[in-house]
Design a protein around this ligand. Structure first.
Ligand SMILES: C[S@@+](CC[C@H](N)C(=O)[O-])C[C@H]1O[C@@H](n2cnc3c(N)ncnc32)[C@H](O)[C@@H]1O
Length: 354
């Protein structure tokens, strides 16, 4: 049974959440509906500790609809009906009815699933970080992604990148990632990156790209208006399915120390995490950080992250607009690398004012 305080916190979360759904008018319109719907908030109190409630709940509703759930609320989802979707302003009462009619199914998803949104464009951030690592160490490097979801970013060297006017990556790549570069000067040469000696993903629940339900869950976590991101995701999941990377199931806190011991001694390793530490319960974050540090016991560790600034990492207060940052191995301060949009629709130098 949820406490009154938990319900109040969840209601507050949904009242605040519209500002995070920058590209989803539908979710912005639905947040106040959930904030005022006590049975739904009670259901959400049963989610796994640390999971971001609005991403999880809207993902669960979208999952049912993508799976064919029949309800008039479908008409409001561009992912289901295309650009002719109904005006989100009218969605509130219809969505409330959907939540009540599908309560049991939504409850099962909320209790059993994790926020695993795999944003393909975040490979752009990792690509830039690899360039920065390459300035300090020629490589090759062992790449580890913590919170890898389906493992899409582990193939960072196989994508083509269209960043402003500049193009990087193999010319025959099957997938091209485009992002806006907001700098006045050109980007450095992102083809000058160290080779990847091995790639390993770590996740509480590695997504099985061969499983229709796991795939639909990832698809459901993409906001309904972001049809371009959904297409990229499908293409990247096909690429991962064709050659699944090594993925280790488990909590990073337990997995990382062991993984660090198995990587070849003395060889450099890059550990990347994006939108993952934010889902680690606040009282476990110090353990999470120590577990990542332990990967550096066996060789030089370049620790790179793209996490929201709400939970300061290593005492570093990040740019509130979003940041890519790096730490180690020879310097004991955090090195901010870039300002980045959470979904990497744009990237900017640290000094750009946009
Ligand atoms: C929001 S997703 C981000 C996925 C990917 N990093 C991206 O940016 O596209 C967060 C992932 O972290 C995983 N995760 C959360 N806490 C974790 C932990 N303590 N250990 C390992 N994985 C974790 C979740 O299962 C989920 O797949």
């Amino acid at each position: 049974m949820a406490t009154a305080r938990e319900i109040d916190e969840l209601a507050g979360h949904f009242r605040d959440a519209p500002k995070t759904f920058t590209t989803s008018p539908l979710y912005r319109a639905l947040c106040p509906v959930v904030a005022g719907d006590r049975p739904t908030l009670e259901m959400l109190a049963g989610r796994r500790l640390g999971q971001q409630a609005s991403y999880l709940f809207f993902g669960a509703a979208h999952y049912l609809l993508l799976g064919g759930a029949e309800h008039p609320v479908r008409e409001f989802y561009p992912s289901l009906v295309g650009p002719a979707a109904a005006d989100p302003a009218g969605a509130g009462p219809v969505f409330r009815d959907f939540c009540h009619r599908f309560r049991a199914e939504l409850g099962r998803l909320v209790r059993g699933r994790l926020v695993q949104t795999n944003v393909v464009r975040r490979a752009v951030a990792l690509r830039y970080a690899l360039w920065a690592v390459g300035q300090r160490c020629p490589g090759p490097v062992h790449l580890v992604e913590v919170g890898a979801s389906a493992g899409i970013h582990l193939y960072v060297d196989r994508y083509r990148y269209l960043l402003g006017e500049q193009v990087f990556g193999p010319s025959d790549a099957a997938i091209t990632l485009d992002s806006r570069w907001l700098g006045r000067l050109p980007l450095p040469d992102l083809d000058d990156v160290p080779a990847i000696a091995s790639r390993t993903g770590v996740d509480l629940h590695p997504v099985d790209v061969a499983d229709e339900r796991d795939r639909r869950w990832l698809r459901a976590l993409v906001w309904p208006e972001n049809r371009d991101a959904a297409r990229l995701l499908e293409a990247a999941l096909d690429a991962v399915a064709a050659e699944p990377p090594v993925m280790i199931a488990g909590d990073a806190v337990e997995v990382c120390p062991e993984l660090g011991r198995h990587l070849p001694a003395g060889e450099p390793r890059v550990v990347f995490h994006a939108a993952t530490r934010m889902h680690v319960p606040a009282d476990r974050r110090a353990e999470f950080d120590r577990a990542i540090d332990s990967i550096g016991d066996g060789g030089p560790l370049y620790h790179v992250w793209q996490e929201p600034p709400a939970a300061p990492h290593r005492g570093h207060v990040a740019d509130p607009r979003g940041e890519l940052a790096m730490h180690g191995p020879d310097v004991d301060v955090v090195v901010p690398l870039l300002r980045v949009d959470g979904h990497l629709r744009w990237l900017a130098p640290l000094d750009a004012s946009a």
